[in-house]
Design a protein around this ligand. Structure first.
Ligand code: AMP
Ligand code: MG
Length: 422
């Protein structure tokens, strides 16, 4: 039996994961496919935008010097959006214009049709106009050469809109990591396929991990639930290593006789970065590297697998996508009662959050067993308790990783209780 050589601290483990992970190459990606990805370089304006002076309203383009109340204008042409007028505006003349229409030569103001006697070959002005009135100037939005989007920015709807105004059909973004997920365990059965026989359970980890990876913005697929047979496991891991940026296994990574994952990884040329973290739930976590592939061996207990993904795999995926900014929010929470931690390792405790006059009150979701999948559906955050064996005292501030951001966004805690530390 193999024992853990050396357990490392959870912060050290995160540091090692990030140190051994780099940004994926940039790819020019069609605008809509870039949504949710981060820019790999600054994007500049190719031209002044808007590209020409244009009207903000429907009305008449005139010379402001002529625009006195009571004056009559003759309408000499029109300038709908997309079709500039053929002639210039002279003294006492007007050109019918619509929102987005090019301001004709000679004109320097637009009077709203509401401030005239109406549409016709002639009109009388009911309200004076000043120079530039209702004119949207060329370049008032962005100037040629300006950096309009910074490297590292996550592409959302406003960024897509701005890039489109500048004619960008594609943007240079870091591609999504390809994650291959692989469960181990002879006891595992695919959900939805058949009933369980004695001793069997459904594979939940590979589904959970794929959902987590996709939520982080990665592409993820499931290889198949492998058995604990060494040959089957080896073939599956080999195939995963050939097609992924990140391989995530679950189960079989502890110190039992059937825990073959680590040995299989090493046999297949994966270099171990660490195995064993002084942290609960998820002590047996394995992390290694093979060429461009990052390999995480998550423990099999469902809560451990998901919490380890959250704490160690998610930051790696974010970094690969160039999204260093999108960490989960960290807040300070407090407990109403003393919380013990007798594990001698940091406990990422599943808690619910409540906004109170004193800040965020954390309550354990109940039993913290690492097989209790239902507990995760009740958790708003992971409170990081310990590693001191005495735990934390009632009222003492504790750092917590927020899993459900909507809870803190909708909450009414005083601003002083939430800190955007990183
Ligand atoms: P292991 O780490 O393989 O010893 O597994 C620890 C516990 O997690 C055992 O009770 C397994 O049955 C369970 N387990 C392992 N893999 C999965 C999985 N993919 N889905 C659900 N439970 C699992
Ligand atoms: Mg197992």
């Amino acid at each position: 039996m193999q024992l853990f050589e050396k357990l490392i601290d959870h912060h050290e483990a995160v540091r090692l994961v990030l140190e051994n992970t780099s940004r994926l190459p940039a790819q020019r990606t069609p605008l809509l496919e870039a949504q949710g990805l981060a820019l790999a370089e600054d994007v500049r304006a190719k031209f002044d935008s808007p590209p020409f002076d244009n009207s903000a309203v429907d009305g008449y383009a005139v010379r402001s010097a002529d625009a006195e109340v009571g004056r009559t204008f003759s309408v000499v042409d029109e300038a709908p959006a997309g079709r500039p007028a053929n002639r210039a505006v002279g003294e006492g003349e007007a050109i019918k214009i619509f929102t987005g229409g090019v301001i004709p030569r000679g004109a320097n103001a637009v009077v709203m049709v509401e401030n005239t006697t109406g549409w016709g070959e002639e009109f009388e002005l009911k309200k004076a106009a000043s120079p530039g009135q209702n004119v949207r100037s060329s370049g008032e939005d962005v100037r040629e050469g300006d950096v309009i989007l910074r490297s590292g920015t996550e592409i959302g709807a406003p960024e897509i809109a701005l890039a489109a105004t500048q004619g960008y059909g594609a943007l240079p973004v870091h591609r999504r990591p390809r994650v291959v997920v692989l469960s181990t365990g002879t006891e595992l059965v695919e959900p939805g396929v058949r009933d369980l026989s004695p001793g069997e359970i459904y594979d939940s980890n590979s589904f959970a991990v794929i959902a987590q990876a996709r939520e982080a913005g990665a592409e993820a697929r499931r290889l198949y639930a492998a058995s604990d047979d060494a040959g089957v496991l080896r073939d599956a891991v080999k195939e995963a290593l050939e097609s992924a940026d990140v391989v995530v296994t679950s189960g079989g990574v502890s110190v039992g006789e059937k825990d073959l994952v680590k040995g299989t990884m090493l046999d297949l040329g994966v270099e171990q970065v660490f195995w064993g973290v002084r942290f609960k739930p998820g002590k047996p976590l394995f992390f290694g590297v093979k060429g461009g592939v990052r390999v995480f061996g998550l423990p099999g207990n469902p809560v451990s697998a998901m919490v380890c993904f959250e704490l160690f795999v998610r930051p790696a995926l974010m970094k690969m996508m160039g999204r260093n900014d999108s960490k989960r929010p960290l807040i300070e929470v407090y407990f109403e009662e003393d919380v013990k931690n007798q594990f001698g390792r940091m406990h990422a405790m599943r808690v619910s959050l409540e906004s109170t006059g004193r800040g965020w009150l954390a309550r354990s979701v109940g039993a913290q067993g690492s097989g209790l999948v239902s507990s995760l559906t009740k958790a708003d955050a992971l409170a990081l308790v310990g590693p001191q064996s005495e735990g934390v005292r009632a009222g003492e501030p504790v750092e917590a990783i927020v899993l459900r951001e909507e809870v803190i966004l909708g909450g009414a805690a005083p601003a002083s209780s939430t800190s955007a530390k990183s």
